[in-house]
Design a protein around this ligand. Structure first.
Ligand code: ADP
Ligand code: MG
Length: 257
């Protein structure tokens, strides 16, 4: 890998669906410990970019390099996740009939069967780690609740906790604030900001209020490529960004003035 502190590198990555270039010669680098926010209009290729990193979708061209230069495009989804790259989808997927504690336990157990994990005696070290993770995501008090009974925001936090329990170093988070209350949104921002440094994060988001809470370096994706990158202020005042968002529903506040 070119720079020692880059953990994820996309080089000239392209992907077409039925002749339509969803991702078009995309170049992108994430530093170790960085929290990067990605914005861009609907259909810009943001989710597809995550699909290409996690192996859900194969690129037509280009490479996706991780860590010391491992080419992820040669690995399957399971292998990529095992390397420590965790993906959080827009809709939380937790085991609704199991408790919050058990959900984290199942993630810790990794490839052990679900039943084996649930019936085995929980070891002290596992219990400690589960409580540590629940502490990070703010769900200690809900450990014994059925996950299905959690609020939408709490389910999202639980799912983040499940990624942490899997020892994911890179967290790919797609529109976490969607459907959250203002309070949950603020808590989510704190949580993600708190994970930066010890983890490397890509956060895709539409909600500009939320973006402003977490933004460090911001990348604007447009038609499958990087339109511009920089601080929130720089990006918002970039004429190319204003042009792309003009007249759109999700215009960054201030940009279309
Ligand atoms: P964003 O997340 O920025 O809104 P997406 O990455 O979801 O954008 O989509 C980019 C474009 O690629 C869209 O036009 C979408 O319809 C298309 N696309 C994404 N995934 C698929 C797929 N699996 N099959 C066909 N078209 C897809
Ligand atoms: Mg998307």
């Amino acid at each position: 890998m070119s720079a020692a502190d880059v953990i994820l590198l996309l080089e000239n990555v392209s992907k077409s669906f039925d002749g339509f270039k969803a991702v078009n010669d995309l170049n992108f680098a994430l530093d170790r410990g960085e929290l990067r926010t990605i914005i861009g209009p609907n259909g810009a290729g943001k989710s597809t970019m995550l699909d290409l990193i996690t192996g859900r979708t194969r690129p037509d061209e280009g490479r996706v390099l991780f860590g010391e230069g491992r080419d992820l495009t040669r690995l399957n989804e399971f292998e990529i996740s095992r390397l420590g790259i965790g993906r959080k989808f827009q809709t939380p997927s937790v085991y609704g009939d199991h408790t919050v504690f058990e959900n984290i336990l199942l993630s810790l157990a990794g490839s052990r069967g679900v039943l084996a994990a649930l019936f085995a005696k929980v070891r002290r070290a596992q219990r400690d780690r589960i409580h540590e993770v629940l502490g990070i995501v703010g769900l200690v008090g809900k450990a014994a609740l059925r996950a299905g009974a959690l609020s939408h925001g709490e389910k999202q936090w639980l799912e983040l906790g499940m990624l942490l329990a899997q020892d994911a170093q890179v967290l790919l988070v797609d529109e976490p604030a969607a459907g959250m209350t203002d309070h949950e949104t603020a808590r989510t921002a704190e949580l993600l900001v708190g994970l930066a440094g010890s983890h490397s994060l890509i956060v895709i988001e539409h909600d500009m209020e939320f973006v402003r809470l977490i933004a460090r370096r911001v990348t604007v994706l447009h038609q499958g490529s990087v339109l511009c990158e920089g601080s929130m202020d720089a990006v918002q005042n970039d004429p190319r960004v204003i042009e792309v968002y003009l007249g759109r529903q999700h215009a960054p506040a201030g940009a279309a003035a």
